[in-house]
Design a protein around this ligand. Structure first.
Ligand SMILES: *[C@@H]1O[C@H](CO)[C@@H](O)[C@H](O)[C@H]1NC(C)=O
Ligand SMILES: *[C@@H]1O[C@H](CO)[C@@H](O)[C@H](O)[C@H]1NC(C)=O
Ligand SMILES: *[C@@H]1O[C@H](CO)[C@@H](O)[C@H](O)[C@H]1NC(C)=O
Ligand SMILES: [Zn+2]
Length: 302
């Protein structure tokens, strides 16, 4: 079988990731966010998404939602590396776009909130037929889908000095980890092991049940409320750093061992952020790719 260059990138960079242990909102987190979003697309938006996905994705957006993590260290895509996160001033606990949205060299807009604006705008020009032909719309879709997940991972909007918790080394139950990775992946994996037979699809069903007619069903309209697609990512980032302060960093310092009480109290927050990321990604894609009336941001969950 002849591999496309994208497939080649994906498989080679997976090897790379195994070797270096790059930390990012886990593949489980991204897959769930994208599956939730795709299930809430309106027919017109769903059609555009299917059209933009390469054939081997087989119509499944979630199969490529971790692609931006896999290529971020490749030379051609090095510019995307700062787009996965935001460093905010230590202990400040707010996000201010003008102050914080830049890469480590100070280049403006190079952060996850700026990236969401960028790729949203590229997709909306595409829909309006005014696309800049330099931009690749398949990539814009994958970047937007991925970064909407990342901006909802609270520790992706973290303190500058500890790189969003990456340098806070600790134990997660009995193995070594760090605070960033606890929120990227450990909490999800422990939840899957304890309650969902290590099966992401069972966890996803539970999350979906909770926003269709469970604990969060009354919250959907506030989650999807957005007067201006350009400024809503700022709100999502601000929510994340507030959660990072209140629940992520709270009571944690280098060298601690985190166990049941941390897991039990933080797990519901992680699951809610996965759900919010998915629901809001659907809202963005519907608004940008379908002629949506602004009131009903997502298709009825089925
Ligand atoms: C768009 O990007 C994808 C993923 O990198 C690539 O496979 C595809 O060939 C690109 N399309 C064009 C027209 O360059
Ligand atoms: C927006 O995307 C283009 C390529 O598609 C890239 O050159 C530019 O740096 C991006 N800017 C941001 C803020 O993501
Ligand atoms: C769904 O809601 C129930 C009841 O509030 C809760 O016990 C459960 O942990 C939730 N599941 C997820 C995945 O959020
Ligand atoms: Zn990422």
């Amino acid at each position: 079988m002849k591999m496309s260059s994208l497939q080649l990138f994906v498989s080679m960079s997976m090897v790379f990731m195994l070797v270096t242990g790059v930390h990012c909102w886990s593949k489980e987190g991204h897959i769930m966010t994208c599956q939730i979003a795709q299930s809430l697309l309106k027919p017109e938006a769903a059609e555009v998404v299917r059209h933009l996905l390469p054939p081997y994705a087989d119509g499944d957006l979630s199969s490529l939602c971790t692609w931006p993590d896999q290529i971020r260290h490749w030379h051609k895509y090095q510019w995307t590396s700062p787009l996965h996160f935001i460093d905010t001033p230590d202990n400040d606990c707010t996000f201010e776009y003008a102050r914080d949205c830049h890469d480590p060299h100070g280049k403006k807009n190079m952060c996850v909130a700026g990236a969401i604006q960028n790729f949203t705008s590229q997709l909306s020009h595409f829909k309006e037929g005014t696309a800049d032909r330099r931009y690749n719309m398949t990539e814009a879709l994958l970047f937007l889908s991925h970064f909407m997940g990342d901006i909802h991972q609270p520790m992706h909007i973290g303190y500058t000095s500890d790189r969003g918790g990456n340098s806070i080394e600790l134990h997660w139950f009995r193995h070594k980890s760090n605070l960033h990775h606890v929120w990227d992946r450990e909490i999800i994996l422990t939840a899957e092991a304890d309650y969902y037979e290590k099966d992401t699809s069972l966890l996803l069903q539970d999350i979906e049940a909770n926003f269709t007619d469970g604990a969060w069903s009354d919250d959907i309209s506030s989650w999807t409320h957005c007067d201006d697609l350009d400024s809503c990512p700022t709100k999502y980032a601000d929510e994340s750093i507030a959660i990072a302060c209140k629940y992520g960093y709270k009571g944690v310092e280098s060298g601690v061992t985190l166990v049941d009480d941390y897991f039990n109290s933080r797990m519901p927050i992680v699951m809610k952020r996965v759900a919010q990321g998915g629901v809001r990604l659907a809202m963005f894609l519907n608004r940008v790719l379908a002629d949506d009336d602004q009131e009903h941001g997502i298709a009825s969950p089925t």
